[in-house]
Design a binder for this molecule. Structure first.
Ligand code: CTP
Length: 413
């Protein structure tokens, strides 16, 4: 259940920190990829090396500490999180988060992440009851943060009352329940920090098309569909109404996405055009065949002596058609290139009348077909270009959605 899940834990300076060491160990044993962020005061209670040894990932304590030069740590960790848990959360960090202050790893990650955020407060009973803290918590709750309530009991400061950090086993149970089927879906819907794509109708195409020669043979390409699926999934998580028009792939259907199967370029064209008038954003991540056999045999072709020539004809260029018929839609194309990436990408944007082109050099290692990462440059209609570092396709999906949202805002206004 925890396998493949990235849990980012923001640890602040409270005596209950020792419980988080235990929680980190338990989560790691269950297969989660745990990343720990510590405030300066947290490091006065426990050395970062303790957490590093338990989770086997570098502990991040400083926004200027950048162990990997190809990424910016607080953005990278914010993007990769499936859950951000801040525990123990002091009154100080709760105050900062509620007021948008971003001056350390935890507060910057909090603002940058699109993952659900859970906060487990721990402090003196009177501090906890203070209207300042209560107001800050209400504000955070109204933004979608979920609180793991502190327990009542003996507090380290000598008082007895509410303020004691929840027990590691209880937190573990809640996290497990969150990631278990059903609950995760329900909670994810409740806990989204930013539903910034709500009200947007999005059509995404993905995967390779197949152009039949006969009932058993076809022309296709290497596209796995991963990029388009990642975009559809990320957009749905952020509240968009998403239809994914997909060529044949081996990928699981993303949650909360309507999936429509399209085998050939013509199937895909038909399915996209049907939905075009009502779409706000169309992302054409599919690798569509440019040619198909002029003739498709009804029965399996039998081999003959000598060579075989198959005559090919052009398919409809779906993106170009969408560009020509564009009214209000924001149109995003992809360009998989092996040379002259910029010139080809800009040429496609012009020819196909798109608002954005996501270009990658598929001959580069870590970019393109079949792999889980991609290296792209985003080209916008306005002339700007943004080269992005290598990142997971799911992280990249969120970045691309940010570009779309921002550029579309500029276009609509
Ligand atoms: N595309 C499309 N329909 C086609 C071919 C391509 O919608 N029949 C879309 C792809 O989904 C992608 C973009 O066009 O978003 C770029 O595809 P590509 O084949 O690389 O572009 P072309 O303009 O066909 O350029 P070339 O073949 O010269 O590389």
């Amino acid at each position: 259940m925890m396998q493949g899940k990235t849990i980012v834990i923001g640890v602040t300076g409270g005596i209950a920190i020792y419980k988080i060491a235990d929680l980190c160990s338990k989560l790691t044993q269950k297969g989660a990829d745990v990343w720990v962020l510590m405030t300066e005061s947290a490091t006065r209670f426990v050395q970062p090396i303790t957490f590093q040894a338990l989770v086997r990932n570098p502990v991040l304590t400083d926004t200027f500490q950048e162990p990997n030069p190809s990424v910016i740590s607080h953005i990278d960790v914010a993007d990769r999180a499936d859950l951000l848990l801040i525990a123990p959360a002091t009154a100080n960090v709760i105050g900062k988060l509620a007021n948008g202050i971003a001056d350390d790893m935890i507060s910057t990650t909090f603002l940058a992440t699109k993952a659900p955020v859970w906060i487990a407060p721990a402090m003196n009973v009177n501090m906890y009851a203070h209207p300042a803290v209560q107001d800050n918590m209400s504000k955070l709750a109204s933004w979608g943060c979920r609180f793991i309530e502190p327990e009542e009991g003996y507090l380290a400061c000598g008082w007895i009352g509410k303020g004691r950090l929840a027990e590691p086993m209880d937190m573990l149970a809640q996290i497990e329940a969150f990631f278990s089927e059903g609950t995760c879906q329900k909670d994810a819907a409740l806990l989204k920090v930013r539903q910034d794509l709500q009200g947007i109708k999005m059509v995404v195409t993905a995967g390779a098309t197949r152009e039949a020669i006969d009932p058993v043979r076809f022309f296709t390409n290497h596209s796995s569909g991963k990029m388009g699926y990642a975009i559809a999934e990320a957009a749905a998580k952020r509240g968009a109404d998403v239809t994914l028009i997909s060529g044949k792939t081996n990928l699981a259907r993303p949650e909360d996405v309507e999936v429509v199967e399209a085998v050939s370029a013509e199937d895909m064209f038909r399915e996209v055009i049907k939905r075009y008038a009502h779409a706000d954003v169309v992302v054409k991540a599919a690798a569509v065949a440019d040619y198909r056999p002029k003739m498709t045999y009804d029965h399996k072709m039998k081999k003959q002596p000598g060579d075989l020539v198959i005559e090919m004809e052009r398919t409809t260029d779906i993106l170009a058609e969408l560009g020509a018929r564009k009214t209000h839609q924001f149109l995003v194309g992809f360009a998989a290139e092996t040379q002259d990436v910029e010139a080809n990408a800009r040429g496609k944007m012009e020819r196909k009348n798109t608002d954005m082109i996501v270009a990658n050099n598929v001959s580069q290692e870590g970019a393109g077909f079949g792999v889980d990462t991609n290296i792209v440059t985003v080209y916008l209609r306005t002339g700007e270009s943004y080269p992005l570092p290598q990142m997971d396709k799911s992280q990249l999906a969120h970045r691309l959605l940010d570009f779309i949202l921002e550029a579309r805002r500029g276009k609509v206004e």
